[in-house]
Design a protein around this ligand. Structure first.
Ligand code: 13P
Ligand code: SF4
Length: 336
């Protein structure tokens, strides 16, 4: 990697000062001096190459606040990828998110700073599994969570994210479907099934991060802080959701905190999300438990810089699979 521009110069200090102001409670000055040159150089290269960085809410604060042009949940990142006029998209998140961007923008170069940033849900189901499900349950629409490979999306009728899953199942219900197949997250499917009259056939995948939370985590936190507001991602098990005050996608949880400004909040989700919310909402005290997603944490500033410099690793999808997957993603976007 070309490291000639990575000194903490006065120019770098000045340009990155507003970002450090926001993160000074989370990042010590000494560490900042090694981070800031990456932020500066990534932002310079983005302009030079007409690149945009789409950063998921689970990115660490240095990425989220330092270099992310669009930050949000899976749905928002997909929507903004579809609208982007950049030549290059750098996806800071996990592999399925980069694939979704490539499906929506086949003519753009989509870079993924680490191709091994996977997802336990995406790994839990293959295209062949979906074909077997369709044989077993003919004429029942397959609703597939975006946390899946392009091949799995290509076999599905419509995609969903955590923010629109219920809306999409209800829309299918309104079209006369009394049953749907929902893959691959069993907990998201169970949580949606509890809120609709449509019967949901479930695939037994799970998120290795959200499945670790327990109702006891919430009960214990409430013993210490009786005013705490607990927000849970719908990939959490139903017994956790039952103890929480609010459930939503990462962006919906973020909006809830922004709007309501509770004195104390606890998020049953990935750790960086709490860090980013704490930095953006200094009057809200973020409490307690969180879990790290090892896949999301594979994305780092040095890897982002390297990807932009080398324009590699690039996401490539078989055009026939991509076109079929796009039908399912587009249907979701139309309904969102
Ligand atoms: P969101 O769509 O809520 O951002 O969730 C994506 C994800 O991977 C959560 O684990
Ligand atoms: Fe996948 Fe869970 Fe990580 Fe989200 S948090 S990317 S669902 S493993």
């Amino acid at each position: 990697m070309n490291t000639q521009n990575l000194a903490y110069s006065d120019e770098v200090a000045k340009a990155t000062a507003p970002i450090f102001d926001k993160l000074s409670k989370q990042i010590e000055k000494e560490r900042w001096e090694s981070i800031a040159p990456y932020i500066f150089e990534i932002n310079r290269l983005k302009k030079e190459k007409n690149a945009v960085i789409l950063a998921h809410n689970y990115m660490t604060p240095d990425i989220f606040f330092g270099v992310g042009d669009v930050v949000g949940d899976s749905l928002m990142l997909a929507q903004r990828a579809a609208q982007s006029d950049a030549d290059i998209i750098v996806q800071c998140g996990v592999h399925f998110m980069a694939e979704t961007s490539k499906i929506l923008c086949p003519d753009k170069k989509v870079l993924m700073p680490d191709l091994n940033a996977g997802c336990s849900l995406a790994e839990s189901i293959t295209a062949s599994d979906v074909r077997k499900l369709k044989e077993k349950h003919p004429n029942i629409p397959v609703v597939t969570y975006v946390n899946t490979s392009a091949e799995v999306k290509a076999e599905s009728d419509i995609c969903c994210t955590s923010s629109n899953a219920l809306k999409i199942i209800n829309a299918l219900g309104a079209q006369g479907h009394d049953k749907v197949i929902m893959t691959p997250d069993m907990y998201l499917a169970q949580n949606v099934a509890a809120q609709t009259d449509v019967k949901v056939i479930i695939w037994e995948g799970s998120c290795i991060v959200h499945e670790r939370f327990t109702p006891q985590d919430i009960i214990d936190a409430r013993k210490t802080y009786d005013d705490i507001v607990v927000l849970a991602h719908p990939e959490c098990p139903p017994d956790v959701m039952a103890e929480a005050d609010y459930s939503g996608s990462t962006a919906q949880m973020d909006n809830y905190i922004k709007e309501k400004q509770p004195a104390r909040a606890m998020l049953m989700t990935e750790c960086s999300m709490s860090d980013n919310i704490a930095a953006a909402n200094p009057d809200v005290e973020m409490i307690g438990t969180c879990q790290i997603c090892p896949f999301m944490k594979r994305i780092t500033l040095p890897k982002i810089l390297k990807a932009l410099q080398n324009e590699d690793p690039e996401i490539i999808i078989d055009p026939e699979i991509s076109a079929r997957a796009k039908v399912a993603v587009d249907k979701m976007l139309e309904l969102s």
